[in-house]
Design a protein around this ligand. Sequence first.
Ligand code: SAH
Length: 352
Amino acid sequence: MKTDIKSLTTEQLNTAVKELSLPSFRAKQIYKWLHESGCTSFDEMTNLGKDLREKLSDIYYISRCDIEDKYVSQLDGTVKYLFKLTDGEYIESVIMKYKYGYTICVSSQVGCKMGCTFCASTLAGFKRNLTAGEIESQIHSAQKDLGIRISHIVMMGIGEPLDNFDNVLSFLDNVNNENGLNISMRNITISTCGIVDRIYDLMDRNLQLTLTISLHAPNDEIRSKTMPVNKKYPIDTLLKACREYGEKTGRRVSFEYTLIKNVNDSEENARELSDRLRGSLSHINLIPVNDVKERGNVRSSKDTVIKFRNILKRNGINATIRRTLGADINASCGQLRVKRLESKPPRSGYFS
Ligand code: SAH
């Protein structure tokens, strides 16, 4: 079994180069080919001799994402890719254009174990974690295809990033590296459904990225029904971790709240949510749920969304309504993979 060389951090690559008895400058050359140029074969590494390229390819492979399908929104230019991985699995990424630059939404796993009832990512089941190199390859493939430079990353595609903790950390290390894509931690957002133990682990790394929590409910009763992870880590435990995260890293945690008609969008829900978040200085993003046919959830009306936001604001909670991008291209996560695969029922009982 060969190892994915693109998943090694600089430190690991330095060690590997030393173990091959190569001069240390080779490590930087190889690193730049992989992470700055986004090479997908050793033959592209023209400043390495043929023997060395052959030696490397005997031990390593380079992970990659091949474009299987591409959709461009006629409404706002958002681009969505269905990528095929070397083992034939599929993942998705979305590229959005904002005033400050291009943002990519990357997948972190093939499928998801978390079982949230409104999300398409769980529908076709969980297959495997992505390697650090595969997470990064989504950026390289999109940049090459579009001829752009991506400046911001959100980890909000398929999968739960904190359920693939070590690979996500290696990925962050590499994209942040000045010999690689050189993307600042402050331009990176990790979204989690709330795996509290890993939030504490992330806190210990003291990274300057943005952590955002998929909250989606004002109380444990609703949250446990829609997000099984809540059975293991209830809201109070989660919010305590978020407060400590903010204190330790100096980076305020933000929240996402997907509004689903008659599930979590009543005025009472808004008041309860305000009580829960009061004093925690947090920002909340309200997102009208994207229709996922198989899920049967209905989007809250515009009036309801505005009313909900106003109640939060009156109670001193900083809330914004997220603009929907790519509505005509199934831009919410997991939808293309589900279409491509035969739909299987989600794995249930992961947290029960
Ligand atoms: N597992 C991570 C990241 C992936 S989901 C997490 O849970 O945060 C990225 C965001 O999209 C999450 O906030 C998720 O709850 C939300 N989401 C999932 N399905 C959605 C849908 N149908 N409509 C709107 N938002 C959705």
